[in-house]
Design a binder for this molecule. Structure first.
Ligand SMILES: [Zn+2]
Length: 353
């Protein structure tokens, strides 16, 4: 039968001409099964035009969609030892790595980039799910550490965008070590008084959700994203109970307090820009004239202002701001009618979120 495919088909093809219609023009929405024209899908940031289902989004497109004018600079992630355990399952880990590198054109499952979002300096550490399921090994851990360092050095916010199946089993304990390591890295950012935001995308599971991904000052999730530790089936088999509908979805987690907001992909850049604007305003004001509402003004009325401060600022940040202000406050007795106004404005900001 080989002559049919090897001889006849090429002959026919050469007469008829190669296929004029590339077969990758359309794809099916995994949620509503509607047919999607690829060009429309790209224009719509890979969100189904029929049902709004958020399909997987290439990491570079995501970065371009979030940074101002799509402009960003990638930060080099230090090299880590390749396959330190010389691990082999059905295939050598070294070969798996090579395959993934060829497929994605990236060194590992994380990209670190810096730029501005809504005019605020930001460093993003984004996972590439196409690279071995976005699994977290030493290179990914290194990427997060580098992202945190860059954020602190540049006085920028850190934004983590996980899309991961969890720890990379081929690296054994070395992948599990990345959990405390990334936790310390984000604490470094918080200690510097800089915001740390997590944008949870589909899926965020395993060791990733059990470490840095659940430690954000603000958790934003994409609609329908699967977020959890162990899979639904594993939990059901363990506890021998049926889990509620929508369990481990972004919306379910928002209703139960694990996620602050569920935001459609098209609104993410604006939302993150707005949140950063709120969180970083004080940071810029510490060195400048714009006075912070002093502790005195905060305790003046029985306003919810102190709690607002707690939500928005890391402990180190709030305290430095207050002490600087206190020192300044000693000499000039500020006009009495100025402070309450400022205070009110601050309260409004704190509550409209
Ligand atoms: Zn759809």
């Amino acid at each position: 039968m080989n002559w049919l495919s090897n001889f006849i088909r090429p002959k026919i093809n050469s007469i008829v001409g190669q296929k004029e219609v590339p077969d990758n023009l359309w794809q099916k929405c995994p949620s509503c099964e509607g047919m999607l024209f690829n060009r429309d899908l790209t224009e719509n940031l890979n969100v189904c035009t029929h049902c709004g289902h958020h399909l997987k989004f290439a990491v570079k497109d995501r970065l371009a969609s979030l940074f101002d004018e799509g402009k960003y600079v990638t930060v080099r992630v230090p090299d880590v030892p390749t396959d330190p355990l010389k691990f082999r399952d059905k295939k050598k880990y070294a070969d798996r790595l090579k395959d993934a590198q060829t497929k994605t054109g990236e060194k590992d499952a994380i990209i670190v980039a810096e730029g501005t979002i809504g005019g605020n300096a930001a460093v993003i550490a984004a996972f590439n799910f196409d690279f071995m399921g976005g699994s977290m090994g030493a290179a990914v851990g290194e990427g997060l550490v580098r992202a945190a360092e860059t954020a602190v050095n540049k006085n920028a916010a850190l934004i983590a965008i996980p899309a991961s199946g969890g720890a990379r089993m081929q690296e054994g304990i070395l992948s599990l070590i990345q959990m405390p390591r990334t936790t310390i890295a984000v604490q470094f950012v918080k200690d510097a008084g800089l915001p740390y935001i997590v944008l949870l995308t589909d899926p965020t599971t395993g060791g990733v959700s059990a470490s840095f991904a659940m430690l954000g000052d603000v958790h934003i999730a994409e609609p329908g994203a699967m977020i959890g530790f162990a899979g639904k089936r594993v939990i059901e088999e363990t506890i021998r109970e049926q889990l509620p509908a929508g369990f481990q979805t972004a919306e379910y987690l928002k209703d139960h307090g694990m996620v602050d907001m569920v935001v459609a992909r098209k609104d993410l850049a604006a939302t993150i820009g707005r949140v950063l604007g709120l969180l970083m305003k004080r940071n810029t004001s510490t060195g400048k004239q714009k006075p912070l509402p002093s502790d005195k003004a905060g305790s003046n009325g029985s306003s919810p202002q102190p709690s607002g401060r707690g939500v928005f600022t890391a402990p180190g940040f709030g305290s430095t701001g207050a002490t600087i202000n206190k020192a300044k406050d000693v000499t000039p007795p500020a006009p009495a009618n100025d402070k309450p106004v400022q205070d009110k404005r601050n309260v409004r900001k704190a509550t409209t979120r």
